[in-house]
Design a protein around this ligand. Structure first.
Ligand code: NAD
Ligand code: ZN
Length: 259
């Protein structure tokens, strides 16, 4: 048995023995769907430099202008937008869906905005950075599918609470994580006794804190990432392989053991 096979065996054992398994997911899971990551050797920031960190401040200062400039921004992030438009779930997304259906995964906390967990059929999902196919009221956090909303008047106002301004659900740089999503992440991390860290470089807060909390309350951590991350040293098991391959192998291992 090689190192990866051994790690898969051990990961399956930890998942089988856990009561509440949570997957913390990052951009690496969608890399095999052709969506580029930000960091890492092929990352967009590595190639094009860091983005505008004042994005949310600009929205707050002048929401009308922010909406008007959306098209311009979309063309600057053209590579990512194009990849997102045509992306479909990969084997890693389907493996997470299978784990949930097998009763082995209770929740997904994703930093991805790409809607691919939903397209794969996963149910219990918290999107800490929002969802690119939705809009959200900054005041009451009500969300709508993009296409259900009229953008005739800018900035759009929330029809529910009537005073909030509506923006894309995707969390911008400098924007606070929506309270409802953050509360659910905290709740899930408290209950979690086994966390899968899938394709995340684990440097973006608050997501980077959840595994630390799980570990310090006695839970176990399983990393699925072809590269080392700052959290690797905290992990009980490390699967050094792309998520599609590694997670599929874990599902197979769990499936064959329960038959
Ligand atoms: P990141 O870009 O910082 O890091 C990606 C991680 O994925 C790296 O550790 C890399 O080693 C790993 N990785 C690369 N290929 C992989 C594979 N095939 N399988 C498993 N892991 C692989 O990503 P991040 O930590 O999620 O943080 C960046 C932020 O950017 C996120 O919070 C997210 O909001 C946003 N983002 C989202 C998308 C998306 O929705 N798909 C894409 C790019 C960025
Ligand atoms: Zn509202």
């Amino acid at each position: 048995m090689n190192d990866l096979e051994q790690a898969i065996e051990e990961a399956a054992r930890l998942i089988r023995n856990a009561r509440h398994v949570v997957a913390l997911v990052g951009a690496g899971l969608s890399a095999e769907s052709g969506v580029p990551t930000f960091r890492g050797p092929e990352g967009l920031w590595t190639k094009h430099g860091e983005p505008d960190l004042r994005d949310y401040d600009r929205f707050v200062e002048d929401p009308k202008r922010w909406w008007e400039q959306r098209r311009e921004r979309a063309s600057r992030l053209g590579e990512l937008v194009q990849a997102l438009e045509s992306a479909v779930p990969n084997a890693g997304h389907f493996a997470l869906r299978d784990l949930e259906e097998m009763g082995r995964l209770q929740h997904i906390i994703t930093q991805n905005i790409d809607n691919l967990h939903q397209l794969a059929g996963s149910q219990a999902i918290t999107e800490i950075h929002g969802n690119r196919t939705k809009l959200r009221c900054v005041l009451c956090n009500h969300r709508w599918p993009f296409e259900d909303f009229s953008l005739e008047e800018l900035p759009p106002r929330c029809p529910d609470c009537t005073s909030g301004i509506v923006k894309s659900d995707t969390v911008m740089f400098g924007e606070p994580i929506p309270r409802d999503a953050l509360d659910e992440c905290i709740n899930q991390s408290r209950r979690c006794d086994c966390m899968l860290l899938v394709g995340t470089s684990a440097v973006v807060y608050p997501a980077a804190q959840f595994p630390v909390d799980v570990k310090s309350s006695g839970g176990v951590l399983i990393e699925v990432n072809p590269n080392e991350t700052p959290l690797t040293r905290l992990c009980d098991v490390v699967l050094r392989a792309p998520a599609g391959e590694a997670l599929t192998a874990v599902v197979e291992r769990l499936g064959s053991a329960t038959q």
